[in-house]
Design a protein around this ligand. Structure first.
Ligand code: ME8
Length: 518
């Protein structure tokens, strides 16, 4: 048994959950479900990131205390994931007392080691923004938002001497090519570490006179901690660092999931922080691409955020999560549209999978009194379906290790296709008309019931409710409780002859796309 601790980013409480957050959270949930079924020890973490300028500003704009504001949005994230059946072992908030303790603990360690020093910083400060501006914040020398010239100011701050770890980090990345994956992001991190990238030591404090919504530095009460230094430590705090039993074992198997937008803090700041605190590095950094909506970047002003609850209400959440997992190659960008969603649901779920389930169980009701029939000896066609189940189970195991969820689903649907094709070849609706072929009909339906059990087990991490329904209809309700993937999905003959089956309604009725929906 191996330990798998799966993390999502902790989301800022300045936006409501949308398709992007939902994707990472669904991937975490799918991996967690898969590894639980594979018998691994799984600990799954998500949460919210609540400190810093950004949150203080939106709270002020809403006329609310930042704590009250953060409570409200954090609860919205938590309840959304709960409503969608995405379950976590820990929902961590950066305002939780154990997180605050963990951050202060790391700050003390790194400070004691001599990796934090106090420096004067000189820069262009915008009074409207109450912060230092970067090149990107300015147009023609004026603040982009306030259209006024920033003033030159000097401020003293604490800096984390991160650059001294760059060589060690670069060596680690060279030594373990899939540590940051897929490879394109590993190469991006290597480029960040090169001297000409301009990446310097990290300013990790904000004077309270300017911002007090943050965690106080344990060695200087006039300052709070910079929000990224604070937020990254959630991954340790959520596992019980520094003093809860068992955190080390969990930390040993940490798989971080993020999108490419936050590669720098996770690929550079975080490993440097861990090295400075003399802690082991994470297992893998898994980086996915961006969802665009109707080929445009998601943004509040475009109003194209795509609410997961609305998608659930309209199409069912299994259909939506199937689309997310099937239509994005992990690592690359992908585009969402309702038209693409509906096309995918109709083709894969209504036609392919739905038809197989309804054909098998309708004919079992009609020709076998609704119970799994006793088969005759299996022939080459039956052996072909069994081999397809074996191949699917093994390929899913390989693909899940590589985080290629879309390929895992393709493999499962090859089994669905093979079973549909087998059913067409055997055509039990014709054979049933000839009494001397009764044995063949029984064998055919028996084989399809076994295949449905394998399909149900394999689909369970991806579309849990649908999979449970398929297993229930085929009389394998308890299969999930004791199943071990991948072996159990290969086990043929596990649904015994005589087991009652149930027809049920269409799993996924075909959807007609309303004009104007897309
Ligand atoms: O960055 N496509 O929080 P955040 C795919 N608090 N994924 C997307 C996405 C999109 N269009 N938009 C958002 C933060 N995401 C920090 C993280 S972690 C210590 C601190 C997902 O609310 C994706 O996982 O901006 C991305 O990395 C994350 O939301 C950013 O969430």
């Amino acid at each position: 048994m191996s330990a798998w601790s799966i993390t999502t980013p902790i989301y800022y409480v300045n936006a409501e959950p949308h398709i992007g957050h939902t994707y990472t959270t669904v991937v975490a949930d799918t991996l967690a479900r898969y590894h639980r079924l594979a018998g691994d020890d799984v600990f799954c973490v998500t949460g919210t990131d609540e400190h810093g300028d950004k949150i203080a500003e939106v709270a002020a704009a809403a006329g609310e205390d930042p704590r009250v504001f953060a409570d409200r949005i954090s609860n919205l994230f938590r309840s959304t994931w709960q409503e969608l059946g995405l379950s976590f072992d820990r929902f961590i908030r950066t305002t939780d007392p154990d997180h605050v303790r963990a951050v202060q603990h790391v700050l003390e360690l790194v400070h004691a080691k001599g990796d934090i020093d106090f420096r004067e910083y000189r820069g262009l400060y915008c009074v409207g923004c109450e912060r230092f501006l970067t090149e990107r914040d300015m147009v023609d020398g004026l603040c982009r938002d306030h259209e006024r010239a920033p003033e030159e100011r000097t401020e003293s701050n604490y800096f984390f001497r991160m650059t001294r770890y760059f060589d060690a980090l670069g060596e680690k990345i060279e030594r373990e090519p899939d540590w940051i994956r897929p490879a394109r992001y590993r190469n991006e991190v290597l480029a960040m570490l090169r001297e000409d990238s301009g990446l310097e030591d990290l300013c990790i404090s904000r004077p309270k006179t300017r911002l007090d919504w943050g965690i106080e530095l344990p060695f200087d009460p006039d300052y709070v901690c910079y929000v990224w230094f604070d937020a990254l430590i959630n991954y340790l705090a959520a596992l019980g660092y520094p003093d809860q039993p068992g955190w080390e074992a969990r930390w040993g198997g940490v798989e971080h999931l993020i999108a490419k937008d936050i590669l720098k803090p996770h690929g550079v700041f975080w490993p440097c922080m861990l090295m400075a605190a003399d802690l082991p590095l994470y297992q893998h950094l898994n980086v996915h691409g961006y969802w665009n909506v109707d080929d445009r970047k998601i943004s509040k002003s475009l109003g194209n955020m795509v609410s997961p609850l609305k998608m659930r209400d309209k199409y069912g959440f299994d259909a939506f999560r199937y689309f997310l997992l099937r239509d994005m190659s992990f690592g690359l960008d992908s585009s969402f549209s309702e038209e693409a969603l509906v096309t995918r649901i109709n083709a894969d779920l209504a036609n392919n999978l739905g038809n197989l389930v309804s054909r098998t169980l309708n004919m079992t009701a009609r020709f076998a009194d609704g119970v799994v029939p006793e088969p005759d000896a299996a022939g080459p066609l039956e052996a072909g379906v069994e081999a397809a189940a074996r191949e699917a189970a093994r390929e899913v195991a390989t693909r899940m290790r590589e985080l290629e969820m879309h390929r895992a689903l393709e493999a499962i649907f090859r089994l669905v296709d093979a079973t549909n094709k087998y059913l067409d070849e055997r055509a039990p609706w014709k054979a049933a008309k000839e009494p001397e072929r009764a044995g063949e009909v029984r064998t055919t339906l028996h084989t399809c019931c076994q295949a449905l059990r394998s399909i149900g087990l394999l689909l369970s991490p991806f579309v849990p409710d649908t999979a449970a329904e398929i297993l229930d209809r085929v009389g394998a309700t308890d299969a999930l409780a004791s199943a071990r993937l991948p072996d159990d999905a290969e086990r043929w003959g596990a649904v015994s002859p005589g087991t009652p089956t149930r027809k049920g309604d269409a799993l996924f009725p075909r959807i007609e796309l309303e004009t104007g929906d897309a």
